[in-house]
Design a protein around this ligand. Structure first.
Ligand code: NAI
Ligand code: MG
Length: 360
């Protein structure tokens, strides 16, 4: 028997359906490990950070939270946000605190079309669609720089500045990441998303770096598309996409569009990577805490399980990741679907089906 490889994983389910889908993902991962004949195992530690913790302590995470997390092999995250806590407080206090301080500068968000799931796109029935959004995850529009002033002037007099920061280093590393990823794919193509017609500083720098980096990858096709046109292209010509690289805000929006086109926000997986591995990377479904369906057993766990597969890839277990993808496809193909994708199965039904699919 192989020596057991043990991975220390920090689980942060946080809020709403985050709790349900992280519990589901953990069960599936533990089943996978149990079936590995002792080849690998997960040592889980779960943290109760999130909006409930905020209500009790006034903080979204422990004051030494980052110090604690930094020694884990990976972080498995649910979703953050709950009515009663302002969204910017919950997001900056937990998810962005981790992403930014751990320099998880590459956010990978595959758009996967699954058998048995109806896409709102008619062409999904007879066209091979499969692309991945690579999101710059450390700067751009979410740098958190700016300020508000003049509230004292009375109602109607306040001003706010929200700055976007683009650095050559930040643009270049995410673009190289996108080109390297394109080289691993059937279609070697990178589409850069821009808005340099209107944003003449940051986005023009973005475009210039893209052109420069592209020269080092003559074997990879490129295009540069304005974000408004790209949102139309997602709907009208998605078969022409392979790797889409975009700024923090643009990719945030486009990846929700991509997952909706694949059938549901509940299906989409993501990896927040620190490619240098100086810090742990974080794996989470794209969706939020979905207060409208939380606690009812309706949450689709596929996005969280797909994120677990991305985590396995990162941990050096690509065959195990492929097993998880196969289990997801077998489950959706068998029509075991949650309500968001037209079925009647509960979170637990889908989780059990995924585990059963892993065993066959
Ligand atoms: P959301 O993603 O939570 O929900 C949008 C829609 O998708 C809702 O109709 C919801 O029911 C549905 N949905 C989401 N996940 C689902 C799943 N697993 N299965 C089935 N249906 C699912 O986005 P919303 O409503 O804009 O935000 C709710 C809260 O989540 C806010 O507090 C927001 O700040 C937070 N949020 C957190 C994110 C994160 O932690 N990464 C990302 C996006 C939002
Ligand atoms: Mg988003």
């Amino acid at each position: 028997m192989n020596a057991t490889r043990r991975f220390r994983i920090a689980a942060i389910p946080a809020d709403g359906v985050g709790q349900e889908v992280v519990a589901a993902g953990r069960q599936v991962l533990d089943a996978l490990a149990a079936g590995s004949g002792g080849a690998f195992a997960f040592d889980w530690r779960e943290f109760e950070w999130g909006c409930g913790y905020y209500g009790r302590t006034g903080r979204m995470m422990a004051s030494d939270g980052l110090e604690i997390l930094k020694d884990f092999d990976a972080i498995y995250f649910g979703a953050v946000g709950w009515p009663g806590v302002p969204d910017h407080v919950s997001l900056w206090g937990l998810r962005l605190a981790i992403c930014q301080n751990f320099d998880q500068w590459a956010n990978v968000r595959p758009v996967r079309f699954l058998p048995g799931v109806r896409s709102p796109l008619r062409k999904a029935d007879d066209t091979e669609l499969d692309w991945v959004v690579v999101r710059e995850n450390s700067e751009g529009e979410y740098t958190g720089m700016g300020g508000r002033n003049f509230a004292g002037r009375g109602p109607g007099g306040e001003i706010a500045v929200q700055s976007a920061l683009f650095t050559e280093v930040g643009c270049e590393r995410i673009m190289r990441f996108a080109f390297d990823l394109a080289r691993t794919r059937r279609r070697r193509k990178v589409s850069s998303v821009t808005k340099s017609n209107a944003q003449q500083y940051g986005m023009v720098l973005w475009d210039e770096v893209f052109t420069r980096v592209a020269r080092d990858y003559p074997d990879v096709e490129t295009e540069s598309v304005l974000v408004d046109a790209m949102s139309a292209k997602f709907v009208l010509r998605p078969e022409d996409l392979s790797v889409v690289v975009a700024s923090n805000l643009h990719a945030d929006i486009l990846s929700d569009l991509g997952s909706a086109l694949a059938g549901s926000l509940g299906l989409a997986a993501s990896a927040n990577l620190n490619p240098e591995r100086r810090f742990p990377s974080m794996f989470e479904p794209v969706h939020g805490s979905a207060p409208d369906i939380a606690g009812q057993g309706l949450a689709n766990p596929v996005g969280a399980v797909g994120s677990a597969a991305l985590m396995l890839d990162h941990l050096g277990l690509p065959e195990q990741a492929a097993l998880l993808h196969a289990a997801i496809e077998a489950t959706t193909a068998a029509g075991i679907l949650t309500r968001d994708i037209g079925g009647t199965a509960s979170t637990e039904d889908v989780t059990k089906a995924l585990i059963a699919a892993l065993r066959t």
